[in-house]
Ligand binder design. Sequence first.
Ligand code: FES
Ligand SMILES: [Fe+2]
Length: 465
Amino acid sequence: MSKKPTPTLTESEQAELRERSRTPTYRKVRRVEPTDGPGTPSAKAPDPDLGDAMIPKERYTSRGFLQLEWDRMWSKVWLLGGLESDVPEPGDYICTEIGRESILLVRQADGRMRAFYNVCLHRGNRLRPTGISSADSFKCQYHHWEYGIDGRFVRIPDLDTFPQGAPPCRGLKELPCDTWGGFVWFSLNREVGPLAEYLSPIPQHLDPYHFPRMALTRDITVEWNCNWKASVDAFNESYHVQGIHPQLLYYLHDLDIQIDCYERHNRYLIPFGTVSPRVRKPPSIPDPIKTIMKTAGMDPADYDEPLENLRRDVQVHKRRTGASMGRDYSKLNDDQLTDDYHYLIFPNVTLNVHADDLMLFRQRPHPTDPDRMLYDVWTFELVPEGAERPPRPKHQYFRHGDKSIGLVLDQDAQNLPGVQDGMHSAGLDGLWIGSQELRIRHFHKVLMDYLGKDADEAAAKLDSR
Ligand code: FES
Ligand SMILES: [Fe+2]
């Protein structure tokens, strides 16, 4: 059977399409230059040359690729396990899952955190269910093998009936564990380098926000029917704002924003409290921006400056009044008082960082199914000095569509099952990535640095077995 040649867009057809696709802009599109301050660097990092090749769609659908991700990436990197504030006392622990593994992150008598596989060394029973709790020791429910909070054997009933004695390892298998930013991190890789080195330059960028002063206000996990990377991608570009979040065009600047790619991690800086150049200037202050003003303690009715001054004026107001409201902005630059400094900590932690709040997403792969994932959302609010911390919210777990998770995140979520279906279609060749999506390209570059150049081919081989 003769194969039909693939139709190719001619140069004049390209030019015509380009003309039709021109973005109407109502104000000069310019990079909004952040002002340099004492803390978080705001200078633009040079863009890496990552080419313009199509990204293979099979990375999102292949079981072989999922396996390679586990073998060569998930089991090598540092991973976010939970919140330090959830485990203040010795014996407090977080039991978290990644892939097929379940891990105990336990506060020790000396205040340190340690990580152990959550598996009994007798016949493999899980010691504790997923969640947060406290223990004097970990006693397996099955035959009552008991381990201390330091992981060591405390008691093995009828040990003398084991002619080989106790397992020689002394207790639960331990993993690297460390803390940063009020979060507990662990790695499945015993040879992993220091956490600070792995996270660099994130602590330097984000310590000025003082995350440990923020309190958790929401804790949910949603099962999504898409590959975990489709979810990471959905938050790594501002191109979709004009597509699925039209209301945000009256709230933020989405076009030509600053993107910075570092060795592993990346970010973009989205100005808030301003209007997208894609839309005509509204006759009055848009409601979402009024909310920003009110939250900052300004009365929109009193504001009679032009709209383009508003973002700067909110910054000035917050700078002037922050300390008296118990909010320490001293380490933040002016733009950080309004904007979304948006980071990806490779591979799976997305942070929407603001002076007064943080919205964090953690994407986790399904253990065996590339078409499914877990989407964790944690939101935090800065607790003003002297104010009481709000009570910790209960963790909620549900499936996509069972409940609204808020307008913007619902809009983000609604496409993803369709995207995942499309990745399986013979009608799609691969991901066609533009410069507004540079962070997606960078993410894939880092991923492939872990997986190796042969990974796409090796995954296909695994799939054909
Ligand atoms: S499996 Fe844990 S004591 Fe037997
Ligand atoms: Fe979005």
